[in-house]
Design a protein around this ligand. Structure first.
Ligand code: GLC
Length: 740
């Protein structure tokens, strides 16, 4: 009897006697039928080349699939594309095992949301979940089962281009964001065809690359690894993420795609992660240039033995694993484990019940760019923007202003606005530019426009026209920043200034209009050095790369239809020399005294203050909020109990608005030094003008735990400072005691 019929009988029996949820049994039955070569085939992923996300490697996918040498593909989507490939796997192979289709659906698939650094600035977990839910709807409608997201790499490195893909510098916020993305992508039932596997990446500490140079070396103590860089990944495991992606970087001399300590000891043994680990794009091959494997065969051996279950386009598992197993250099049990985890994921997705369940042309046609998706993208883009500065109440703009000059290379942009890693987001006309957005608010003859210059070219020939129209205007809006390719992967910068001659143009516009209100709208994928611009313009609105509806959302903010509410999740330095700089550094033995900042022999610079330009948690509103009446339910906390901290927040301005209320603690003395402050909670509240609300946070010992020098995770009795504040820029005034 043909194997497939055997398989069918097994699955029918499983389903009829109610084993439908007992995937383990089904996987075991299937594994018993598989040859070693077929099991290895499940650990192989090649690129469909519909998109390029790394050095293209030539493959003959059809042949590999027929031979049973291919278990998953990336960069292959659309109903038509995936059907053709799935048909080969299911109907032309010995066992008919379906393929898994993965893609980088990072901040949207067709409808593109703000880049992830922007999404994190919304501090809105519901919105983040909604954005990934919509992304999953669109991606799954095009045959995709799996996204290589969320990127949960914490980073304090604005030079690193991939800071744009994460949730910023904070452990707690990054952990909460990871859970929200995973919930959105995976939903609560993976057997539904509008849910997709999520992937926590890049495991681990990729965001700590030396000097912010991508793929560069990472060195850190185990304490820093466990207290700062691992927790968002642990949060992903706790949230039920189905896959992990190992990273490119080495960690303390051991590349993370060959690192048994992180991949087996921590991820498997400590965290009990049951999903599968995919390498990053040829990251197993890169063990050779790392100087950790002597050749490709050795790299394949190390990768599988360390715990990487699937080889992303590297070809190594496909070509070398069978011999390595037969030579006893790789235990067959490791290959069986990897194959089992991958098959389990396919069962959970329902691909064995119906390999074509994600393939429905009508659904694909009716799902892309749904109006409700675009509406949500507009709302989220507005909520992800951060009003950094608003002198002289330059914003919001009045619709009655006679002439507004819009100047800059990004005013009419529809290409960069969706940012990097924008999947199948359209860069040729679908995205709403700022110019289109403001045209919804202004009569065309009230709008003056000049590009002024390019993002990077040093051609000043456009300056004259720009300066001329600026002089004719009653108000000026500059739209400037980076190209989308200037952040993301392989896009590190040593200079954090607004690129090109844009700063020059800003200066000349100000010189020509000394008393006019000037707003700078920024499109960028990292913290920038705005030390000059803060003194040249009145308002600065950070919109990051706001996505498909970015121009509409920005107009809603500029004209006050939406009140800005975003807050920074990364520190903006005064200059690159301060980097790394983040809100919760250590106090050192020579902190600058508050009462004498100029005191000598303290831990400071002689040319700039220690403080950044804009702090973590900073973000203005068109209204104002007052914090009062801080209360603690008790001055002491014991190991079993909780205490409550509360504050009253009042909207003291003239406009309704959202406020992100933040809870911070500081462990004053411990067996290892602790950060000067740590975010431990946040709540985003909506207050009508004049309205007050009491915001309460519950604190337990769980919130106070850390790894000590012996790598023991726990708390130590003593005094803690506590504060509820609008940003990380505050001084503690309250304490409580943790009792023994
Ligand atoms: C890239 C990136 C990773 C991405 C993968 C697949 O090199 O590092 O984030 O998911 O390859 O495109």
């Amino acid at each position: 009897m043909h194997f497939k019929s055997q398989l069918l009988i097994i699955f029918t029996i499983c389903s009829t006697i109610g084993w439908s949820q007992n995937y383990e049994a089904k996987v075991d039955s299937l594994m018993n039928l598989m040859t070693l070569q077929e099991k290895i085939g499940q650990t192989v992923m090649y690129s469909g080349r519909w998109d390029q996300t790394g050095p293209i490697v030539g493959t003959d996918n059809g042949r590999y699939i027929r031979e049973g040498n291919l278990g998953a593909m990336l960069n292959a989507f659309t109903v038509k594309g995936t059907r053709d490939l799935q048909k080969i796997a299911v109907e032309e192979t010995r066992l008919g095992i379906p393929l898994l289709f993965g893609y980088d659906v990072i901040h949207g698939h067709r409808t593109i949301f703000p880049i992830n650094l922007a999404l994190s600035a919304s501090w809105d977990l519901k919105m983040v979940e909604e954005s990934s839910r919509i992304a999953a709807e669109e991606a799954s409608a095009e045959g995709l089962h799996w996204t290589f997201a969320p990127m949960v790499d914490l980073s304090r490195e604005p030079r690193w281009g991939r800071i744009s893909e994460g949730a910023g510098e904070d452990v707690y916020l990054g952990s909460q964001m990871a859970k929200a993305y995973i919930k959105g992508f995976q939903g609560d039932d993976l057997s539904k065809s509008n849910t997709i596997l999520a992937c926590a990446k890049h495991y681990v500490a990729y965001g700590a690359a030396q000097a912010g140079r991508d793929y560069h070396t990472v060195n850190m103590g185990e304490g820093e690894l466990r207290n700062v860089y691992l927790p968002p990944f642990k949060a992903a495991v706790d949230a039920g993420v189905e896959t992990f992606m190992s990273a490119f970087n080495e960690l303390n001399g051991v590349p993370t795609s060959g690192n048994k300590f992180t991949l087996r000891d921590i991820l498997r043994d400590e965290w009990k992660f049951k999903g599968f680990v995919v390498s990053d794009y040829t990251s197993i091959n890169e063990l050779v240039p790392h100087g950790f494997a002597k050749d490709s065969i050795d790299a394949a051996r190390i990768g599988m033995n360390a715990g990487v279950d699937m080889d992303m386009v590297g070809k190594l598992y496909h070509h070398f694993l069978e011999d390595l197993v037969k030579e006893g250099k790789v235990p067959e049990a490791y290959v069986n484990d990897a194959c089992r985890r991958i098959l389990l994921a396919k069962f959970k997705l329902g691909l064995f019940d119906d390999p074509y369940r994600y393939i429905d042309q009508d659904r694909e046609n009716n799902t892309k760019y749904k109006d409700e998706f675009l509406t949500k993208a507009r709302e989220i883009a507005a909520a992800s923007s951060v009003l950094l500065q608003n002198k002289n109440e330059a914003l919001p703009l009045s619709k009655d202003i006679k002439k507004i000059a819009f100047i800059g290379p990004l005013v009419k942009d529809e290409y960069d606005i969706i940012g990097n890693w924008a999947a199948k987001g359209d860069r040729n006309g679908k995205a709403v530019s700022i110019f289109e957005g403001i045209s919804e608010y202004l009569n065309p003859n009230h709008i003056l426009y000049a590009k002024g210059c390019e993002i990077l070219k040093d051609d000043e020939s456009g300056f004259e026209e720009a300066i001329s129209i600026s002089k004719q205007a009653d108000a000026i809006v500059l739209v400037m920043g980076e190209g989308h390719h200037m952040s993301g992967e392989a896009a590190s910068r040593t200079n954090l200034k607004i690129p090109g001659i844009q700063p020059e143009l800003i200066k000349k516009i100000r010189e020509a209009n000394p008393n006019k209100k000037i707003t700078l709208v920024l499109m960028n994928g990292r913290p920038l050095n705005l030390s000059d611009e803060v003194n040249l313009v009145d308002a600065i609105l950070e919109i990051w790369f706001p996505g498909t509806m970015g121009g509409a959302a920005t107009a809603d903010l500029l004209f006050g239809k939406v009140n800005p509410s975003g807050k920074l999740t990364v520190t903006f330095p005064r200059n690159v020399g301060q980097v790394p700089i983040y809100y919760n550094m250590k106090n050192t033995g020579r902190p600058i005294p508050d009462d004498n900042p100029k005191e000598d022999y303290k831990s400071n610079y002689i040319d700039v203050p220690n403080t950044p330009l804009f702090v973590f948690g900073h973000g203005l509103s068109y209204t104002t909020f007052n914090y009062s009446d801080f209360k603690l339910s008790s001055q002491t906390l014991n190991s079993k109990g909780t205490i409550e901290a509360s504050v009253t927040v009042t909207n003291t301005g003239s406009m309704d608005g959202h406020e992100i209320v933040q809870l911070y603690i500081h462990d004053k003395v411990a067996s290892v030094t602790r950060p000067i402050k740590e975010l431990k909670g946040f709540q985003k509240i909506n207050l009508k003008k004049g309205e007050s609300k009491t915001v309460t946070f519950k604190i337990s010992v769980e919130d106070l735990k850390f790894y000590n020098s012996k790598m023991e995770y726990g708390v130590e009795p003593g005094e803690f400072e506590i504060a509820i504040a609008p940003s990380s820029d505050f001084r503690f005034e309250h304490t409580f005691k943790l009792l023994d």
